[in-house]
Design a protein around this ligand. Structure first.
Ligand SMILES: Cc1cc2nc3c(=O)[nH]c(=O)nc-3n(C[C@H](O)[C@H](O)[C@H](O)COP(=O)(O)OP(=O)(O)OC[C@H]3O[C@@H](n4cnc5c(N)ncnc54)[C@H](O)[C@@H]3O)c2cc1C
Length: 508
């Protein structure tokens, strides 16, 4: 049987999911189809910054920076448990006054573009004093400190998925597209669940291609009669290092080749170093960190650090690919990070919206722009019974609270569940916000939490993730819903794998 929807979205990264969430909130009937896990593409491989992008000022991308800074201020309010303000230190390495002046001017403009900013303005900082004097090389005495924000990318995607589902969207992961055709009634897609082999068919007048780096591949496979997007794929790699950073701050390092890299806090006891930027033409399902990238990142950071980072500090690495708009002019690191939305109409009057480029930071605005564009196409846009549409300006400024963002008295929370070790409770708050009450409510002893899988993971959390957050494999749980993959040992891993396999089989 074919299920009628208003909109079919292909791709469960941040952009597809934000469009799904916003469309569902407006009252549209939404189905989102993802070939693997939520956020399994670029949206779990980012530097985790919610930022305007200080370095984009060098390329004069002022309007992108301004738009992204506006988004930063809204996103911090929208999901305060997942998006947190962070201070970034830029050390002055070269003792040139001109260089210092340029950095200070850039930061002044950055603060200015962020408008009525709730975050602290940039200022100078002494780096040859505690707690930095043993972190930086002796010749680094001063720097600047500015504000930006940090997030947990894959969980941000999952929370948009939860919001979409709360508004009746159908979210399907691990799906193969068996057929995608256009009929008189719209786009008809038949999908098969990779795990259960179950098939479903959906039909809608609007099709959204939000497949990120796969965008051109998707067009080539299913939409051959429409013009192909001009994209360039740029790979970026990160190193997760077993190191704590002083003062919980993040660091921006200028590299000799004119690029910048970031060293930021990650999970407790770990930090993140990235990223490289290399043109990429390899396979999208097997993106690897090359030894030359590891060398580049360590060497670039070690220009600044008193105790050099080495390959032995590396706990984990990951690599992702940015789909960037090809302007035919710039190098990989100079290409614009802005997005473009391509709207096409078929001869039968059905719409296809293709999402090109973008940043994690601008996902909310991208989704709004996508819907504002689609609304204008009357033949395919549905009549929504309870249209909550406000003016465009009001919609641009609207704060959409994500699930888990309800206010919570942290001290009271920790007291109420004091039978759970504090380090685990802190992780719950960092990852889930108030969503953790879902499995904590009614529990009063550790025995109530079920099997102890090690690394602070109890059965109740696993059961919640299986039932509520589309977890179907161990990687979904250990690398995208949590980052416990960093600290789980082999024996616990095997036990958990078996538990998940049995649970997924029984659900299927
Ligand atoms: C190294 C790196 C660092 C970055 N750092 C930042 C940062 O700090 N801040 C920031 O704002 N931005 C950052 N970005 C950019 C940001 O991560 C991306 O813009 C964003 O994640 C792209 O999201 P997306 O939804 O378009 O694509 P994706 O997350 O890749 O999602 C596309 C999805 O489509 C699915 N798909 C593909 N084909 C099909 C199909 N046929 N059927 C079903 N599903 C399909 C894929 O499996 C995938 O899950 C970074 C990017 C990279 C690569």
């Amino acid at each position: 049987m074919t299920e009628k929807k208003d909109i079919i979205i292909i791709g469960g990264g941040i952009n597809g999911m934000a469009i799904a969430g916003q469309a569902a909130r407006m009252g549209l009937k939404v189905v989102l189809i993802e070939q693997n896990d939520l956020a399994s593409g670029t949206s779990s491989k980012s530097t985790q910054l919610i930022h305007g992008g200080l370095r984009y000022l060098q390329q004069y991308y002022f309007s992108l920076v301004k738009k992204a800074l506006h988004e930063r201020s809204l996103l911090i309010k929208m999901a305060p448990h997942l998006i947190k303000p962070m201070h970034f230190i830029v050390p002055y390495y070269k003792e040139s006054y001109l260089r210092r002046f340029i950095i200070r001017l850039g930061l002044f403009i950055y603060d200015h573009l962020s408008g009525h900013n709730v975050l602290a303005k940039a200022k100078s900082i002494r780096l040859n004093a505690a707690p930095y004097q043993s972190f930086f090389k002796k010749n680094i005495k001063q720097g600047a400190v500015y504000s930006d924000a940090w997030t947990y990318d894959s969980r941000l995607v999952v929370e948009w998925a939860l919001l979409a589902r709360q508004n009746q969207a159908t979210i399907l992961t691990y799906q193969d597209i068996i057929e995608l055709i256009e009929t008189e009634n719209g786009w008809k897609v038949e999908v098969q669940d990779k795990l259960t082999q179950q098939r479903n068919t959906y039909e809608a007048k609007i099709l959204v291609n939000a497949t990120g780096p796969w965008v051109a591949h998707f067009q080539k496979q299913y939409l051959t009669q429409y013009p192909r997007a001009k994209m360039r794929l740029v790979k970026g790699s990160h190193l997760v290092l077993k190191q704590e950073l002083p003062d919980d701050k993040a660091y921006l390092f200028e590299c000799a080749d004119g690029r910048v890299i970031f060293l930021t806090p990650y999970e407790p006891g770990y930090c993140l170093l990235g990223t490289t930027e290399l043109e990429y033409q390899g396979p999208l399902d097997d993106i690897r960190v090359e030894p030359v990238e590891i060398e580049y990142l360590l060497a670039a950071a070690n220009v600044y650090l008193q105790t050099p980072l080495t390959a032995e500090d590396i706990a984990y690495t990951f690599s992702g690919v940015r789909p960037l708009l090809d302007d035919g002019l710039h190098n990989a690191h100079q290409l614009s990070r802005d997005y473009q939305l391509q709207l096409q109409q078929s001869e039968k009057g059905h719409s296809i919206l293709t999402v090109l480029g973008g940043k994690l930071t601008t996902h909310r605005r991208l989704a709004l722009d996508a819907l504002i564009l689609l609304e204008k196409i009357r033949p395919s846009w549905p009549i929504i019974p309870h249209n909550r549409a406000a003016t465009v300006r009001e919609r641009y400024d609207e704060i959409i609270f994500l699930p888990g963002s309800e206010p919570l008295d942290e001290a009271q929370f920790k007291k109420s569940y004091s039978f759970v070790p504090t380090v685990i409770l802190s992780r719950y708050l960092r990852c889930y916000g108030t969503l953790c009450l879902f499995w904590l409510k009614g529990k009063s002893t550790l025995a109530d939490m079920g099997i102890d899988f090690g690394a602070g993971l109890y059965q109740t959390e696993v059961d919640y993730l299986l039932a509520q957050e589309w977890v179907k494999s161990i990687d979904d749980l250990l690398w995208r819903r949590t980052r416990l993959g960093l600290c789980m040992d082999e024996i616990d891993l095997e036990r958990l794998k078996k538990y998940i396999l049995t649970a997924v089989d029984s659900i299927g």
